[in-house]
Ligand binder design. Sequence first.
Ligand SMILES: *Cc1c(COP(=O)(O)O)cnc(C)c1O
Length: 384
Amino acid sequence: MFEKEINSIRTLFKEPENFIPLHEPRFWGKENEYVAKTIESTFVSSVGEYVDEAERKLEEITGAKKAVMTVNGTSALHAALHLLGAKRGETVITQALTFVATCNAISYLCLDCVFVDVSKESLNITPEILKKFLDEATYTKEGKTFLKHNNSRVRCLVVMHTFGFSATDIQKTVELCHSRGIKVLEDAAESLGSFYQGQHTGTFGDIGAVSFNGNKVVTSGGGGAIFCNDEELGQRAKHITTTAKVPHPYKYEHDEMGFNYRMPNLNAALLCAQLENLAFYLEQKRKLADEYKKVFSKNPYFDFYEEIDGVKANYWLNVLIAKEDRFVDDFLKEANGKKVMVRPVWNLMNTLEMYRDSFSGDLSNSMFLEKRIVNIPSSVLREI
Ligand SMILES: *Cc1c(COP(=O)(O)O)cnc(C)c1O
């Protein structure tokens, strides 16, 4: 049934018969050289200059005042929530349409997840959706916001930039939260290289987190980073992700509970080489998206999802939206059977065993998208 669609993916990837993955890393730059250098220097672990270099490069790319490297994106989220002062029993609002790591990080701190909807147009949380939820389900007293049904303090909102499409009107979302004493963490794990109205994702809220896992736009093998716009918070982020050690010529002094979340120099070396090619990757990913747009225009089964006003996406994973629910399973079966890797969106968080009892707002758009989204192969192509 989907022969034409599958063949056009194969044509774009110039791959007539072999397996086409959803997103594989490219090592076309100085990866070998930099990684070899760390081995020669013996500085493969928690001390080394590639970690500092990666942080400076990320600050340059994103405009964040301070970037702090971590061992992965999940640990960046975990440490970020701790930095925002979240305490056991408090509540964090996030979207039901996200990857499970967002909620896991919230759970590590014994915080409750509460789920809100996303918009069909942006795939993300909007100020309208959030305001409606806050007005219905919370109350604000002396500058702090609490859930009506259990009086739990709402500490934070986690906005996730879905598939690299930035959340729209995010400045308004942040303002709304701040006016009610709610902090904002941006899960920008998927959105390195994505902007909203010219500003990089992960720099709008109080703190941001990004991932450099092997399937993301650029990779350090495993890795992540925390973005802070506040110098002092940035310094604390560095401090608590490196066991909260107080500098001293020889003594082991630690002044608060800390994490061992520092990225090893070996991984940072790989990332530094990858970041040198980020601009090229983004350019090629945009070209692939343009080709997909042509291929899927007037397609009877799917619409190609495009960035909306103000959004500049990194096109990490390209998104199709099925015109009817029933097309999705058949397409997934046929394409994967023919070795073209396509994937549905994640199951909504409120349907997973461990988050089933979490409180939720209206999730009708998320439920619609859960049944309609398909991700198609999106690796960087050298020529297109
Ligand atoms: C990839 C991802 C993470 C986690 O990153 P890791 O580096 O794999 O820990 C978190 N949130 C979202 C939305 C992601 O896509």
